[in-house]
Design a binder for this molecule. Structure first.
Ligand SMILES: [Zn+2]
Length: 433
């Protein structure tokens, strides 16, 4: 087999395309070199019109270069004079080459390689590895994500989980709309959880944006029967306006987060004058089972003191018991008892000079009482945003690796890439890079 035939076989070239020549320039001081694989089509051979596929005669040619996968450690390029055909029906048109999509400066295999590595490593590192600027690589990723998202089918979406994830410091948020994993009648996973939609901000308008995206993908707002989210007033307004047929479940994770925040607020208010509360923040917020035995001894000792923080801590542990209830009516009674207990014990001190250490806990109990229906829907529907926690941690891991994303658009592209379960129209790499 001669060298050009070897490269034709390796590239999978088919007639009329063939390898016309190879040029290799070694890198300076043994560094990364460059291989140009020159391609040509058989003169006089017919080429298909890109519109109707009818074999046509070549009209003229235009030289183009595509970045290809590395040849050993060297950068490789395909160089070809791409012809334009003169079709009787469609006129003069540029022929599509089988190794790249129109307008791209990269081969499909190079794009497939970038798409395989982009979810696994920071774009800056990937850019260094392949010797391309990261903005060019981002363009590849964005285009494939956009194209794949156009094919997404949302016609069967019945339940949605909504949460926010932070993009950068200083309250820059992105709202995520997910579909939880779908099971078939036998209880097998029919479809894994996926991010349906992600958008900047966490205002009520994000729900309207979601519904319009849902509709462009064949879904209907009236089909959505369940939505699981946190108790933020903006989300509640958004859900009631844009998904009025959905029963709202306030997620267990978010309920416990509010109560933990109230414990921490109590510790801060009380901590100023109490030496024993110093450096105890972490202990109050963990569940005892996850602590080491010295830590557990400390929290046990602290929690039996007359500290109000200890009281708040008991309230949190007590509410934890709510989630073990099996029957909805038991859970309802449990929550009712918890709220009236907390409202009684955490009320404002009679003496105006005494600081109101449990004020946040008192407010939290009022919030939970007002939103009891949504909290208790959990026991009916068992909807939980656990899935969002895993996507959130993936998104945050990707963010940490990239040291923050320059803009929301890039962050959202990455979220779709990692958690959108998208199908990309790309050749399969023979083995994972
Ligand atoms: Zn034609």
């Amino acid at each position: 087999m001669d060298t050009t035939k070897l490269f034709e076989a390796a590239l999978g070239l088919k007639s009329p395309w063939r390898v016309a020549g190879l040029e290799f320039q070694a890198g300076a001081r043994g560094g990364r070199g460059r291989l140009d694989i020159r391609l040509d089509f058989e003169r006089g051979g017919a080429l298909p019109c890109p519109e109707c596929s009818k074999p046509c005669k070549a009209h003229d040619t235009d030289e183009q270069t595509w970045r290809h996968l590395n040849f050993f450690e060297h950068e490789a390029y395909l160089v070809a004079r791409t012809p334009r055909v003169n079709c009787e029906v469609h006129g003069v048109l540029k022929v599509e080459v089988p190794w790249a999509r129109p307008g791209s400066g990269f081969t499909l295999l190079f794009e497939a390689y970038v798409m395989a590595l982009a979810p696994e490593m920071p774009m800056a590192a990937l850019a260094r590895m392949v010797g391309e600027h990261d903005t060019r690589l981002w363009r590849i990723v964005k285009r494939h994500v956009e194209e794949a998202r156009r094919q997404v089918d949302m016609s069967e979406v019945r339940s949605v989980v909504v949460d926010e994830t932070s993009r950068a410091k200083h309250h820059s948020y992105v709202s995520l709309f997910l579909e939880p994993k779908q099971l078939d009648e036998e209880g097998e996973v029919r479809q894994d959880a996926r991010v349906l939609f992600a958008t900047e901000g966490r205002a009520s308008g994000t729900f309207h944006a979601f519904v319009s995206d849902l509709q462009t993908h064949g879904g209907k707002a009236t089909n959505v029967r369940d939505v699981c989210m946190d108790m933020s007033p903006a989300y509640q307004l958004g859900a009631s306006e844009a998904l009025p047929w959905a029963a709202v479940t306030f997620d267990r994770f978010h309920v416990m987060k509010l109560v933990s925040f109230a414990v921490d607020q109590a510790r801060r208010r009380e901590g100023a004058g109490r030496l024993e509360l110093r450096r105890s923040r972490f202990l109050w917020l963990k569940n005892p089972s996850t602590l080491s035995s010295p830590q557990r001894e400390t929290i046990e000792r602290l929690s039996t003191t007359n500290l109000l923080t200890a009281k708040a801590y008991q309230m949190r542990l007590n509410l934890q018991g709510l989630w073990d209830r099996r029957k909805p009516e038991r859970a309802a009674a449990y929550l009712r008892r918890w709220c009236s207990w907390v409202l009684r014990v955490a009320k404002r001190p009679a003496d105006p000079e005494t600081p109101w250490v449990l004020e946040t806990m008192h407010k939290t109990a009022l919030t939970l009482r007002d939103n009891a229906q949504g909290i208790l829907n959990y026991f009916r529907l068992r909807m939980t945003s656990g899935v969002i926690e895993s996507v959130n941690s993936l998104a945050q891991a990707a963010r940490a690796r990239a040291r923050g994303y320059r803009n929301a658009d890039t962050f959202i592209t990455m979220i779709y890439l990692i958690a959108g379960r998208l199908r990309f129209d790309l050749p399969a790499l023979t083995h994972s890079p």
